[in-house]
Design a protein around this ligand. Structure first.
Ligand code: 2RA
Length: 348
């Protein structure tokens, strides 16, 4: 019998992309059960070309489920993932609730697929979308050159903050379109007023050097996640990682600039060879011909796109790169689906 899959959080920004991915991938699942908050129960959503009615999140909803994918806020995962696991489902969780739990593997199928096999709590965690937007390319380069340090700046899309983030950017763009705003101090802020949505500052005509919540010594939770998760996925507990997270007025696709320092000397030629053959990576790097990835072109695609590969002028062991990844696909739904497919292959 083909395994039963539950999608918890089916109506959110990531859940919506998940349903389209499940409709595009090989049809390995028996029943696909859609689960969401009681507010969304009864809605009908299309998956694999058929309408499926959403059921409310209850203990009974996990009856007979083999694999349960969770795309819900941290507190909902923290409460319900162990319940689903106790019911016998293997949980693939895309919240931050379990990522750093030593008994929960943090898996990127192109980098550490073997880790998914050992899951004492019956839970496998999916990394944060910002980590995921670069880690496939970094894993490939690490395997060749031996990674020693990452210095990263992110350019994060508003859909990282869910449908509310997309709504906030669209509403703000409507307020500023066709005006001369953005020419005087505070003019955009005054026009946007309280309509900042999930962000602390206006995001239209702006960039905001902040994502997540405040942590010690000025760091944001998002910055600390990228550091801790990169170390765990790559199996490099002492990797030096410095991150600055920035929100930009892009709907979907996170970008990152990366300064990656390695154990050995690097060449752009060898880095190009590795990146052009690594699974899940597209090398798009010919700036003289105007070829480098941008979110507007990458959105809706699966791979990690890499361009602007240069050797650091002052350090022959370091590379500079620009990386883009769709934060809702590889950054969330796609990686979760890939993990679920690894587990399904193991169960069958
Ligand atoms: C963001 N990484 O972009 C977060 C979402 N998990 O806001």
């Amino acid at each position: 019998d083909r395994p039963t899959l539950a999608v918890v959080g089916a109506t959110g920004a990531v859940g919506t992309v998940m349903l389209s991915i499940l409709s595009q991938h090989a049809d390995i699942w028996g029943e696909i059960r859609l689960i969401a908050s009681p507010r969304s129960a009864g809605r009908k959503l299309l998956v694999r070309g058929v309408e499926v009615e959403v059921v409310a999140l209850t203990e009974e909803a996990f009856e007979g489920v083999d694999v349960a994918m969770f795309d819900v806020p941290d507190d909902i995962s923290a409460r319900w993932a162990p319940i689903a696991a106790a019911k016998g489902a293997v949980v693939v969780d895309n919240s931050a609730a379990f990522r750093m739990d030593p008994d929960v593997p943090l898996v990127v199928p192109e980098v550490n697929p073997h880790a998914a096999r050992v899951r004492p709590r019956g839970i496998v965690a999916n990394p944060n979308c910002t980590t995921l937007s670069m880690i496939v390319a970094m894993g490939a380069l690490h395997a060749e050159f031996g990674l020693r340090e990452l210095v990263v700046s992110s350019y994060q899309a508003v859909s990282g903050a869910g449908l509310a983030g997309i709504d906030a950017l669209r509403a703000q763009l409507n307020l500023v379109a066709g005006t001369d705003l953005g020419t005087k101090p505070g003019d955009v802020r005054r026009a946007v007023g309280d309509n900042t949505g999930p962000f602390s500052e206006p995001i239209a005509l702006n960039v905001v050097p902040w994502a997540g919540s405040a942590q010690e010594d000025g760091w944001s939770s998002e910055e600390l996640k990228v550091r801790a998760e990169s170390r765990k996925i790559l199996g490099l507990p002492d990797l030096r990682v410095s991150v600055t997270c920035v929100r930009v007025p892009v709907v979907t696709t996170h970008s990152l600039t990366v300064h990656a320092r390695f154990e050995n000397e690097v060449t752009v030629g060898r880095a190009h060879e590795i990146l052009s053959t690594a699974p899940g990576v597209v090398l798009f790097d010919n700036p003289a011909a105007g070829e480098f990835p941008t979110p507007a072109d990458v959105v809706g695609t699966d791979p990690t796109w890499v361009g602007r590969v240069r050797r650091s002028l002052d350090d022959p062991t370091a590379l500079e790169l620009f990386v883009c990844g769709d934060n809702l696909r590889k950054g969330a739904a796609l990686n979760t689906a890939q993990i679920a497919e690894l587990i399904a292959a193991e169960l069958s």
